[in-house]
Design a protein around this ligand. Structure first.
Ligand SMILES: [Mg+2]
Length: 234
């Protein structure tokens, strides 16, 4: 391997950026400095878990296009607080602002993310396709120092559609000046990244650090990013 590929397309959240760690850290700080223990919210873990359940349901609607990001941002903290009997839109707004500001600045990357990108950058053109919000993703790329490795970055906001919609992959290929045949997509989400790329003829690497069981057949599967360097070294 691997003369076949010229262009590597990476997902960001939960592939390079350890989204869950950085969100959890932000929640710990937020729980402390907004006095949430006095608000009938027993501990940060319960609060975080509840938020994740609420957020996931709302994200499904956002992905389906039935919810705007502004409404999503308003609702997720409001609904989380309501689960604890706290009806306080002002507080929800403060938590939302706090989270949006701090979470992309709480840098947690998967092991060796920067090192692997630095190695791969020497032999491949690196690109990004992410479903995250435009401004948030660019802050993450700058606070983490990962931005410098990527020649093109496509967010779903820019493309007008989200992965796994084929349009975003075509948009990204076009922007990169790449063809599906010489490209490889690396991501943690089977439906969004792997099947999305497969549908447009791009080979895929399924990043599966939790070793989740599944029935899909990605082109490759890895549990650690470092495997990319051996897999893709010429
Ligand atoms: Mg992801």
């Amino acid at each position: 391997m691997n003369k076949k590929y010229l262009h590597l397309f990476f997902d960001l959240d939960r592939t390079l950026w350890d989204f869950d760690k950085s969100a959890y850290q932000t929640f710990c700080d937020m729980y402390e400095n907004h006095g949430l223990s006095q608000k009938n919210i027993p501990d940060v873990d319960v609060f975080f878990k509840t938020y994740n359940q609420v957020n996931e349901l709302l994200w499904d609607q956002y992905r389906a296009g039935t919810l705007t990001k502004e409404i999503l941002r308003d609702l997720r903290f409001q609904q989380t607080l309501m689960k604890f009997g706290v009806d306080n839109a002002k507080l929800a707004e403060r938590l939302s602002d706090y989270y949006l500001y701090h979470s992309p600045r709480n840098v947690h990357l998967f092991p060796q993310a920067s090192e692997v990108l630095a190695v791969l950058q020497k032999e491949y053109q690196l690109h990004m396709i992410t479903n995250g919000f435009e401004e948030v993703q660019h802050i993450k790329l700058s606070t983490s120092g990962l931005g410098k490795y990527f020649e093109t970055i496509v967010t779903s906001e820019e493309a007008g559609v989200k992965k796994p919609d084929p349009k975003i992959f075509h948009f990204a290929l076009n922007k990169a000046g790449a063809s599906a045949a010489d490209s490889l997509m690396i991501g943690d989400d089977l439906e969004v990244d792997v099947l999305g790329a497969k549908a447009v003829g791009i080979d895929q690497v399924y990043f599966n650090p939790e070793k989740a069981k599944h029935n899909s057949q990605p082109t490759y599967e890895i549990v650690a990013l470092i495997e990319l360097t051996t897999m893709l070294s010429n």
